[in-house]
Design a protein around this ligand. Structure first.
Ligand code: SF4
Length: 317
């Protein structure tokens, strides 16, 4: 296995949630002691229900949210506390909704140039050259570079967002539901483009999606999150063929919504919804787990290493 491009160690994020004027704020643990590494050039898919902590995890990795604890390293360099511009050269985002993430008053070529301009030490001719290169890489023409986002289709706008992410030639791209806001017919084009760019540029992706079919298609490894923790992380093929955690099995058995962006609607686990402000004792999944047995409510399971990954369940051994 090649050297990790990104390593995450013990990452944690707590929030204080207000309960009104007369009650003390509640402590919410959105991400709890998450660790993983991703080899250079591969794709880690991150899946889980809405509110499982996957977007909070992405925002901490991108430096948009300060962790309460833990470390993120890219090529061995610590990202937590790193200067914003230096971090932007290593890691870039592609978000779900390309329309809201692009400034409607700027032309496409200026939007793509922004990260380079912000660096402050790149010449105008170099900026022009790199913007043209990025446009070409994502399949947009020079003429499309002169348009405003509103003059492009949804798929073309997502190509602009990808070109902007690539213009600094980062090592890692964090894709947070990058195809969820797109028509089904356009989703495949964007997924193929991301795969092509990864091959050509040696990029490493962290790919967050509620769409398991998409994750199965793109990811080399998959991390399943439940109430802020990774409960199973396996090679993609093995996880989809033989899920080991009861929650992963429920997730794979769920019916996906045709509406993009709604999250996984029904994992067939009853009415008890996971609440990050009220994490159950023992195994946090035990109130919903169809395989729950005596020790689960009292004792949290340890992480068990498997040949192709890890799983956090008393039954895994
Ligand atoms: Fe279910 Fe127990 Fe495993 Fe938790 S530890 S997932 S409750 S069987």
């Amino acid at each position: 296995m090649s050297t990790p491009a990104i390593e995450v160690w013990g990452l944690r994020r707590e929030f204080r949630a207000s309960q009104g004027l007369f009650a003390p704020p509640r402590r919410v643990v959105a991400v709890d002691d998450v660790s993983f590494s991703v080899p250079a050039g591969s794709v880690l898919g991150v899946v889980g229900e809405s509110g499982c902590g996957k977007t909070t995890l992405a925002r901490m990795i991108l430096g948009l949210l300060e962790p309460s604890g833990g470390e993120v390293l890219v090529d061995g360099k610590r990202l937590v506390g790193m200067d914003r511009l230096a971090r932007a050269r290593l890691i870039q985002p592609v978000f779900q909704d390309p329309f809201s993430s692009l400034n409607p008053r700027r032309r496409v070529r200026d939007i793509i140039a922004m990260p380079l301009v912000a660096q402050g030490n790149v010449t105008t001719s170099e900026i022009g050259r790199r913007v043209a290169e990025s446009l070409e890489r994502v399949g947009l023409s020079t003429e499309q570079g002169t348009r405003f986002p509103s003059q492009l289709s949804g798929g073309q706008r997502q190509r602009v967002a990808i070109a902007r992410a690539l213009v600094l030639r980062p090592r890692i791209v964090v894709c947070d539901e990058p195809t969820s806001a797109l028509d089904v017919s356009v989703q495949a084009q964007i997924l193929n483009l991301l795969a092509e760019l990864r091959r050509d540029l040696g990029l490493t992706y962290i790919f967050i999606s509620h769409n398991l079919a998409v994750v199965e298609h793109v990811a080399s490894e998959v991390a399943v999150m439940y109430l802020g923790r990774i409960v199973e992380k396996r090679e993609s093929e093995a996880l989809f063929r033989d899920p080991r955690h009861p929650y992963t099995r429920a997730l794979l058995g769920s019916v996906l919504t045709p509406e993009p962006g709604l999250g996984v609607p029904d994992v067939g686990l009853g009415d008890i919804m996971p609440d990050p402000a009220n994490i159950p004792p023992g195994c946090r999944f035990h109130p919903r787990c169809p395989a729950c047995f005596a020790p689960c409510a009292a004792t949290g399971p340890r992480i068990t290493s498997l040949e192709d990954g890890l799983v956090e369940c008393h039954l895994a051994g």
